[in-house]
Design a protein around this ligand. Structure first.
Ligand code: CP
Ligand code: NVA
Length: 305
């Protein structure tokens, strides 16, 4: 069971916690859209620490707090120089004296966990090189809204076995759906994450034939081939992952009612074509919006448990 102290990884939750959060997010979204969300977070504040760029994560966390009557502010690493100007444990203890909750986006998962370890308040993982748990929770919420369920579906991820893929694998270890990662050799997901999920009985498969992989897919998912921090490898990655592009041809091999997802930012013309991104099967902007609704649910669970 999730101890509700922090939100570091989907793997820290059990299946019932994940389902509860998904249902709670759908329910609170309806209330928010109807203008019926009371000031549940009135008087609550969040510090958002970013060591990498962001559009969605920053705005969705800020508006999740503000929309429920709370307050959130952005702190760039330029100012605090986490671990260089000041030890992570000291930053954590000090920030905990000022705010009710923290969010961090950084490189090393261990750094996010160290921040959580010394914090007197909950810490949420807003992306590390290893995981992007808020993204995949919001993604599953989007799947439920569009397909009515996540359980029993086939989710096919085409691309790099990166932080988003690792979080999908964690989700598949908790919830009963099929996760297929079509990649190219050398870009497989984290080995420990994968073997742990398989040991837990997750229906996870790594394959190297994209057209074969998308057969019967309910969800066709992709992400950038070059994640933040890997910019020096961009050209190599572009060349090697080209066969994984989500284009109209490939999409025809999926179920006709399959939805297309991308966590964004997208590199149009690389991992996804304009035609697919702007096409009728794409739900990418609902997916982006749901980051806010999902994170509001996570914050409410952590602060009002
Ligand atoms: N999907 C996502 O996390 O977007 P940002 O990097 O813009 O926050
Ligand atoms: N894998 C991408 C996700 C961006 C939201 C990255 O880490 O840059």
């Amino acid at each position: 069971m999730w101890d509700r102290r922090h939100f570091m990884s989907i793997y820290d939750l059990d299946g019932a916690d994940v389902m509860h959060l998904l249902e709670y997010a759908v329910e609170t979204k309806k209330k928010a859209v109807a203008g019926e969300l009371p000031g549940l977070l009135a008087g609550k504040s969040m510090a958002m620490i970013f060591r990498k760029p962001s559009l969605r994560t920053r705005m969705s966390f800020e508006m999740a707090m503000v929309g429920a009557g709370g307050y959130a502010f952005y702190v760039s690493d330029e100012e605090i120089k986490l671990g260089r100007r000041e030890a992570v444990c000291d930053v954590s203890r000090v920030v905990s004296r000022f705010v009710d909750i923290m969010m961090i986006r950084t490189f090393d998962q261990a750094e996010a966990e160290e921040l959580a370890k010394f914090a007197g308040v909950p810490v949420i993982n807003g992306l590390t090189d290893m995981y992007h748990p808020c993204q995949v929770m919001g993604d599953m919420m989007t799947v439920i809204e569009h397909k009515g369920r996540i359980e029993g579906l086939k989710v096919v991820f085409l691309g790099d076995g990166n932080n988003v893929a690792n979080s999908w694998i964690n989700a598949a270890a908790k919830i009963d759906f099929e996760f297929v990662l079509a990649t190219v050799r050398g870009y497989e997901p984290d080995e420990a994450v994968l073997s742990r999920a398989k040991k837990d009985g997750a229906k996870v498969e790594i394959v190297y034939d994209p057209a074969e992989a998308v057969k019967d897919a309910d969800v066709v998912y992709t992400d950038v081939w070059t994640s933040m921090g890997q910019e020096g490898e961009a050209e190599k990655r572009r060349n090697e992952m080209r066969p994984l592009q989500v284009n109209a041809d490939l999409l025809r091999a999926a179920r006709p009612d399959a939805i297309v997802m991308h966590c964004l930012p997208a590199h149009r013309g690389e991992e996804i074509t304009d035609e697919v991104m702007d096409g009728p099967q794409s739900v990418v902007y609902d997916e982006a919006e749901n980051r806010m609704h999902m994170q509001r649910a996570v914050i409410l669970e952590l602060l009002l448990k």
